[in-house]
Design a protein around this ligand. Structure first.
Ligand SMILES: NC(=O)c1ccc[n+]([C@@H]2O[C@H](COP(=O)([O-])OP(=O)(O)OC[C@H]3O[C@@H](n4cnc5c(N)ncnc54)[C@H](O)[C@@H]3O)[C@@H](O)[C@H]2O)c1
Length: 363
């Protein structure tokens, strides 16, 4: 582990810490910083030990664990997806994650990742669009105006140059919230549309970030115009899709990690031999991206562990720079590591643990 200076301690970044971190650094800097890390980490794709995430499904949603490691750091994220949660006042998506030292297994960072998930998802989407969408794209349809939507809008403003937004959500209050939050954010137009078709018409880029545990058909083939780029964010687990299969059939489809997207993405609707390209291959120059101005491209986003590895690294570096977070005694450590039992004997262990906690630097 290279980033945390104090061997043996774990830094905890709770929700308040992460909010403070993003406010102090500024959201655009966080989007740019996480995007830069995702790009750099994606370029060294083969350094990572990768696997599709482990998912536990229920009637109302999914809870997932997302592990990944390179030679020095192991990361995992816990994340859920429960589309009906908002009716009960809970977010659809909630997350936290861990960074650990590969050489010792010691956990270095435990961090709230709900906010960082929105930032890293938007950063990944915009990074893919910067490579795959037509040059000069300025107009984006944004379908699904919930928790992810502001982050998507701002990442596309900064990384792609989107200046006009057309919004649609089945919940008008969600669109009104998005309009209010984007006021003064540098968009030339932010227009709420009466239908998905109206929002999509003439757009350079179409982002779908809806939440419904169903095979929805948010975008259908007759809506597609030559040269469009689709950023499909909300179809991210079995039985939860947004694109009509005919849309996938008419496009070049790019994915994060194919074994995971085959199960979770809009791609789940297509035959096993339907050709896709992993995005890292385009970044690394191993595969072409868009082949012509008329080609329709799709980034079938599901969210891959590498993006959380990159986000956790960003949070840790920023927290240390800003002096945020608390050192915690997450794991029990006896003075004599072979005498774990000794911690159970009154005086000594309590004193040892307390002493260690006081010795930890904050931030
Ligand atoms: N790919 C990834 O990496 C990634 C990361 C985070 C979230 N997600 C997914 O993105 C989606 C959005 O997440 P969120 O946190 O913004 O959820 P959210 O519940 O806050 O917002 C979803 C919005 O979609 C709207 N909606 C639902 N059905 C619709 C329809 N048919 N047409 C138009 N709008 C519709 C809802 O009214 C709501 O406003 C979820 O499905 C989530 O699982 C994906």
């Amino acid at each position: 582990m290279t980033t945390h200076p104090d061997f043996g301690t774990t830094l905890f970044l709770g929700a308040c810490d992460v909010v403070a971190l993003v406010r102090r650094k500024g959201l655009p800097a966080c989007i740019a910083g996480i995007a830069a890390r995702i790009e750099a980490d994606t370029r060294r794709w083969n350094d990572f030990d990768k696997s599709a995430r482990v998912a536990s499904h229920s009637a109302d949603g999914v809870i997932e664990l997302m592990p990944i490691a390179d030679a020095t750091q192991f990361a995992f994220k816990y994340v859920n997806g429960h589309p009906k949660n908002t009716r009960a006042g809970l977010p659809t998506v909630m997350a936290f994650g861990v960074l650990a030292d590969v050489s010792t297994g010691a956990p270095r960072l435990v961090a709230e990742l709900t906010l960082a998930t929105a930032i890293r998802t938007a950063a990944m989407s915009a990074l893919a669009a910067r490579v795959l969408a037509r040059a000069g794209s300025r107009t984006m349809a944004l379908i699904g105006n919930g928790a992810q939507s502001e982050f998507q809008a701002l990442a596309f403003r900064d990384l792609v140059g989107i200046r006009e937004l057309r919004l649609f959500d089945t919940d008008p209050a969600a669109s009104a919230k998005l309009v209010a939050n984007l006021a003064g954010q540098g968009f030339e137009t932010v227009r709420v549309c009466a239908s998905i078709a109206e929002a999509v018409r003439g757009a350079d880029i179409v982002t779908t970030a809806t939440a419904d545990k169903a095979n929805a058909t948010i975008v259908t083939p007759e809506m597609i115009e030559p040269g469009m780029h689709l950023n499909a964010v909300g179809g991210d687990c079995p039985g939860k899709t947004e694109l009509h299969p005919g849309v996938l059939g008419m496009a070049a489809v790019f994915v994060e990690y194919e074994p995971q997207t085959r199960i979770e993405g809009d791609l789940q609707q297509m035959p096993a031999d339907f050709a896709v390209t992993e995005f890292w291959r385009v970044l690394a120059g191993h595969a072409p991206g868009r082949r012509s101005a008329d080609q329709v491209t799709i980034f079938d986003s599901v969210g891959f562990a590498l993006e959380d590895y990159s986000a956790l690294g960003f949070l840790l570096a920023a927290a240390l720079e800003l002096g945020l977070g608390q050192a915690i005694d997450l794991v029990a450590r006896a003075d004599d590591p072979k005498n774990l039992f000794g911690l159970l004997h009154a005086e000594a262990p309590a004193r040892a643990m307390r002493r260690r906690r006081h010795a930890l630097p904050v931030g």
